[in-house]
Design a protein around this ligand. Structure first.
Ligand code: C2E
Ligand code: MG
Ligand code: MG
Ligand code: MG
Length: 291
């Protein structure tokens, strides 16, 4: 933030700094209370097989259910929690919730083998992580391949041999690794060769332009999706498209041969209870959409 010129310049500057400090302090307090009182929830967004419309798994997305402010989205909370270190506690709660909830979801018809994909922050990549994950899936009686570890480039950026070792160990006992927001970082392609990736999630920014009002951008992003998909398949990775909102986008992804998709077109992220209710009623809609 740069101090602006003019009569009230200095005042504006001070207020902005103050507002940000206040907002941050408020989030920190919310996080502290939420950790203590367990206000965190895991919401679930189904991952749909593009070709046959079936649900293959669910992405777990953190929500903070604040008693006064309602349901809070994760982006800013995660950012602050990564700075204060409380992301480790939040991460543990999310893992526990996600695996416990997967057991309940598994009881629904056709979902006995579905997976849950949990988002991880760089700070969670400690040497003890693989053993903790192994113990957790064992305790919940879930086969390891039903837990997908979602990471972004931020986890891999340092090309730390430590991170590589942790990922290898996670793979060795059978969990899968997904590379999130693929294509938006600095060197997405090189991470594919250097780390043991099973799933590539094409970022929603590539999908969003399809059917938008800029034909040139659309054309180029379409080619990028085709290219990423082809490379991923050559490297034996499953491809998921994120942020699918229209039938047109879905039809194109199907034609390109993308394996799976997530997005508001199919399901938004929902609480466990809402999801379970949804899955009883929405399956037939989805079949008409993808059939
Ligand atoms: P992400 O992992 O890339 O998750 C996808 C985001 O896209 C989610 O936002 C989801 O609600 C949203 N989304 C799903 N379908 C659509 C769609 O059709 N259109 C649009 N515009 N958006 C869609 P959300 O839930 O706000 O999460 C934001 C980010 O916060 C996540 O991005 C992830 O990076 C992070 N995050 C969420 N939960 C956790 C967590 O438990 N741990 C960590 N470390 N990060 C998390
Ligand atoms: Mg994700
Ligand atoms: Mg993503
Ligand atoms: Mg993201």
């Amino acid at each position: 933030v740069r101090k602006r010129d003019g009569k009230n310049g200095a005042k504006l500057y001070d207020e902005t700094i103050l507002d940000r400090a206040r907002e941050r302090a408020e989030i920190e307090t919310d996080i502290e209370m939420a950790v203590a009182a367990r206000w965190f929830e895991s919401h679930f967004q189904p991952v749909i097989n593009v070709q046959n419309g079936r649900i293959e798994g669910f992405e777990a997305l953190m929500r903070l259910r604040h008693p006064k402010k309602g349901l809070l989205s994760p982006a800013r909370i995660i950012e602050v929690a990564e700075e204060t270190g409380s992301i480790n506690q939040i991460g543990s709660i999310m893992l526990e919730e996600s695996l416990a909830n997967l057991q309940q979801i598994s009881a629904l018809p056709g979902l006995a083998h579905s997976y849950v994909a949990v988002n991880f922050s760089p700070l969670q990549f400690e040497p003890s992580l693989p053993a903790r994950l192994a113990a957790l899936v064992a305790r919940h009686g879930i086969q390891p391949h039903r837990l997908v570890v979602e990471i972004t480039e931020a986890v891999l950026m340092h090309d730390d041999p430590k991170v590589r070792k942790i990922l290898d160990e996670i793979k060795a006992f059978g969990c899968r690794i997904a590379l999130d927001d693929f294509g938006t970082g600095y060197s997405s392609l090189s991470y594919m060769s250097r780390f043991p990736v099973d799933i590539v999630k094409i970022d929603q920014s590539f999908i969003r332009s399809i059917g938008g009002d800029q034909p040139e951008v659309e054309q180029k992003n379409r080619m990028l999706v085709e290219g990423i998909s082809a490379i991923s398949h050559k490297m034996n990775c499953t491809v998921i498209a994120e942020g699918v909102e229209t039938r047109q986008q879905h039809a194109l992804l199907k034609q390109i041969g993308v394996d799976c998709a997530q997005g508001y077109l199919f399901y938004p992220p929902r609480s466990l209870l809402d999801l379970m209710a949804d899955l009883q009623t929405c399956t037939s809609d989805l079949e008409s959409l993808t059939g």
